[in-house]
Structures are given as C-alpha cells and as structure tokens.
Design a protein. Structure first.
Length: 151
C-alpha cells in the first residue's frame, strides 16, 4: 500500500480520541493538520517519535500546524500512553472498525497495524504531503515535517 497522494481530498473519518470523544475530518478544517500514523502505543520507536514531536510542538504551532497521532490501539491504551509520556499530542483511535481510516489513507500494514506514516492536510482537508517510512522501525525526524510545511 502507498500513502494517500497529495492533491486529493482527505477521506472522511470519525475516530475516538483518548478521552472517548469523536474527532472527524470536519473538526480539523480551518487549520493545517499533521496526521502522525504510528504502529503501537508503548513500543520503543513510537515512544521516541511522539516524545520528539512533542519537544518541538512550539515550532509546529509557529508554522500553524496541529499534530494528531493515530494508531489502531484502543482509546484506553492511547490515554495511558499519552499520560505515561506526558505529551500533548492528541491521540486518535482507529480501533473499530480496525484500521478503517488507516486503509483509507493508504497506510495500513498487512499485519494489522498502521505503517509509520505522516500526512499533512491543509485547512480545507486537502492532502498537501504524505510520507511513509521505509519500515515501521524507522523514525521520521521532525525536520522532515518542517521541510514539508515550508513548501
């Protein structure tokens, strides 16, 4: 599977956040959104990735971008993960139906989890940039996102 291509309208989705409230594509309209697809809460690379992105959240905000992390973990796992890390990045659960949003964005791994991928949406919900790491074990650095936001 390849990630969703730039220039297309993002697929609609309705995902529960770590508090159980629903977040939709319409909720993201009006600002630039960076969707951070990650394989598993509490895994080493995912921990490093969310910590890294949270450390530079002020730089993302200065560029007008808001991050949203998406995994197929249950909301309870995501809440525990977020609290354990102490990060502010909202978590969105693609748990049920498992991987539906990940599939729609072209980032669902055949083994049943999201690929490590990034998708930037403009304020109208159009995909402006997408990236998939070569393997789930590869951490995409924050500069990759900063460069994409600068275009």
């Amino acid at each position: 599977m390849t990630p969703i291509a730039p220039g297309v309208r993002a697929p609609d989705f309705a995902l529960a956040n770590e508090e159980g409230a629903t977040t939709t594509l319409a909720d993201l309209r009006g600002h630039t959104s960076v969707l951070v697809f990650y394989p598993f809460a509490f895994s080493p690379v995912c921990t490093d990735q969310l910590n890294l992105y949270d450390e530079v959240r002020d730089r993302f905000a200065a560029l007008g971008a808001r991050l949203h992390a998406i995994s197929c973990d249950a909301t309870w796992s995501q809440r525990a993960f977020r609290e354990h890390l102490g990060v502010s990045i909202p978590q969105l659960s693609d748990f049920e139906p498992k991987g539906a949003a990940c599939r729609a964005f072209g980032v669902y791994h055949p083994d049943g989890f999201p690929q490590r991928a990034l998708v930037i949406l403009d304020p109208e919900g159009i995909v402006r940039w997408s990236y998939q790491a070569p393997s789930p074990g590869d951490l995409p650095g924050a500069n990759l996102i900063f460069d994409a936001l600068a275009v």
